[in-house]
Design a protein around this ligand. Sequence first.
Ligand code: GLC
Length: 602
Amino acid sequence: MDCLYRDPAAPVEARIKDLLSRMSLKEKIGQMTQIERRVSTAEVIRDYSIGSILSAGGSGPRDNAVASEWADMIDGFQRAALESRLGIPIIYGIDAVHGNNSIYGATIYPHNIGLGATRDAELVERIGAATALEVRASAIPYTFAPCVAVLKDPRWGRSYESYSEHTDIVRKMTSIITGLQGKPPTGLPNGYPFVAGRNNVIACAKHFVGDGGTEKGINEGDTVASYEDLEKIHMAPYLDCISRGGCTVMASYSSWNGRRMHADHFLLTEVLKNKLGFKGFVISDWEGLDRLSNPRGSNYRYCISVAVNAGIDMIMVPFNYEKFTDDLLALVDSGEVSLARIDDAVERILRVKFMAGLFEHPFSDRSLLHFVGCKLHREIAREAVRKSLVLLKNGKNGTKAFLPLDRNAKKILVAGSHADDLGYQCGGWTSTWHGSSGRITIGTTILDAIKEAVGADTEVVYEQYPTPETLNGKFSYAIVAVGEGPFAESLGDNSELTIPFNGNEVISSVSEKMSTLVILIAGRPLVIEPKILEKVDALIAAWLPGTEGNGITDIVFGDHDFSGRLPVSWFKNIDQLPMNAESNSYDPLFPLGFGLTYGGEE
Ligand code: GLC
């Protein structure tokens, strides 16, 4: 053991100090540099002393790569990093935001808005722990999760990444950090980053701050608010992330009163680091520095200076690492960025690496591979699906409850764009960045689950868009699943919020002929026209449930009762937006917290 920083028995702060004292300026800047896997050659990693590598959404060894292939790839990157002069391990990061969603066969949990409907912090902590195992099994020690946005306008393309419109619900759901990272020991100073061990991962609270509060829900837009409201509504969940030992915070693309978050020294340094005491590192978003100038990426040296001086510690470059390195070297030489600021950033990055045990265990632990998509995790996901469902209607006015359904009915019609589409069920950030239609991974669609659940003598007829001939047939009842297609980020910004894929037409044509349950698969409330609501016998908001569609049939056929509550207000029409429970003229179709059970309204 020649150097103190390599001694696992030495105090972390002493290891940081020792290592920092040995580093050249270029090596320090290398640690602040995060590059995408596609430009990560062994030479670049070694020669630039690269601190971190990431996968953009879905960027992996190949399409549908399994965990062992990911581990092979990432262990390769790590070997190169350990060959660098000081042998500092990289942190590999990925958006594991509802399970290890880029890896084929991984368990895919409901997206955050569905978890918000469960109000179950203990369940969400278990999801974090299970996700950490499946992420680590792929040799990945870092996930860019959780998103702790407080959703104020469902027109936002990232609505489904938020747990709720209500700050207190989002604060409860930060329990996922304890699941992901493990529980910090008492006595650890508040704000100090913590990772319990090799079965845990580094988490990333994002996007700091106010990402869910932009005007009209425009992604990367402007959150207009007093500092008091910004602090009370959007910043409060970060207190919990920090007290849970959260290791990293990602800056938001958005602005606060016109001030770009990536350039805001007051919020990133004076508030987050000094006032709140955060001692992990702040990471930029993807090309977050490039977005500080117009046209994007111009005047890059100025953008680096502003962002690094504001308090960004690690920069998700992610491709142009040469220019980033050269510009930051020049900025330090000119004094526009102080060496003290560089040292502060690198200390924070090293602190997380030491606390995560990366120096002792830089490589994958293949004994974890059996956890990927394992039965136990799928049972947790199935429980989460059950608890996320919100029953909005059960029985037509005055008639008896329609649900639970008879699993031994003679003949059931299953219809709609979302009845047999695993990709639609999972939504964005699944297999690829935006997600896609079809059998994209291993899982159970709603139709699969219905066929498994019904009696041996029950006939199930499936037609996405039932023909008039089919509709004139004799059915006990129909189950219609409709909703949104998958999307991510700005692609999901939407000012209409109507049910796509002719969903309303399918609902109308089926419900005119037979008793009908409608299951809405969407990452946010959508417009439900009065005449549509009137026609259906039962209506469930299922959000984006993920791979375990049988969580839906568990409830629908009565094995379990509903417990989900709306995590967001369900508006009547777009003109009401933005509308939240504290709005003056609060006139929702269904209010925040609404949810029926088999015993009637709770
Ligand atoms: C994206 C998202 C962020 C994600 C990052 C890396 O643009 O804004 O949430 O973690 O890039 O994929």
